[in-house]
Design a protein around this ligand. Sequence first.
Ligand code: ZN
Length: 244
Amino acid sequence: MSRREAVIVCHCGIDGCLRCIETKSFANAIKLFPTNDKVNEANNAYLASTGNPVARILSENNPHTGSKEKGKTLQHVLNLSTGCRVMLRKNIAVQFGLVNSSIGTLHSIIYAPGSVPPSLPLYILVHFPNYTGPCLIDYLFPIVPTTENWTKSGTTFNRKQLPVSLAHAVTGHKSQGLTLPKVVVDIGEKEMSAGITYVELSRVPKLTDLMIVGYFTKQRLEDIAKMKDHRDKLAFIQKYWPRR
Ligand SMILES: [Zn+2]
């Protein structure tokens, strides 16, 4: 991939620098990071930058010590503010395009009278651009808290929380299967799983909608291309979806 194809980030600030202008055009693009820590850092920095009030919503856990556990998909702490981008974490209406990984914009958080954060709201209203089913108001879809169970060391934990996560930034792993209009990718220092860099760099149809941050060596890409899992995946793709 040459420099003239994918966009390389620039903050030089020189008047008229085309790379700075391109960099700014990625301000609202989804950021892909290799680790959950980097994703959380970027999402929280984004919330802080908007200046909007943030609702810190805590999950309900049974037993309550479950709040210290990682859980499966539902987060214990969920920071949300209206206008933020969210990702759905479960299939809700597959036939209408509301599936695990659907991305939408949070319109509002609805609480029962007398209830406030950090309690769970009754529901949130989210605009999902890819939702094709019926809707009551303004193309908004209500998402209600949901529960999940998991067992650890013989104890079964039960957690209730909204099935969404912030999606200003997501892990490369969670970006699998998404087609994004624009994306900013940090491939990190090492492959977190086989083929993950390929997944991250192929989320956009056009290379001009891809921005890469951070540095990596050409050797890194060559090593990725040589990985057996990666070669097997490519052979599979070429066999069943040959280029036309
Ligand atoms: Zn510049």
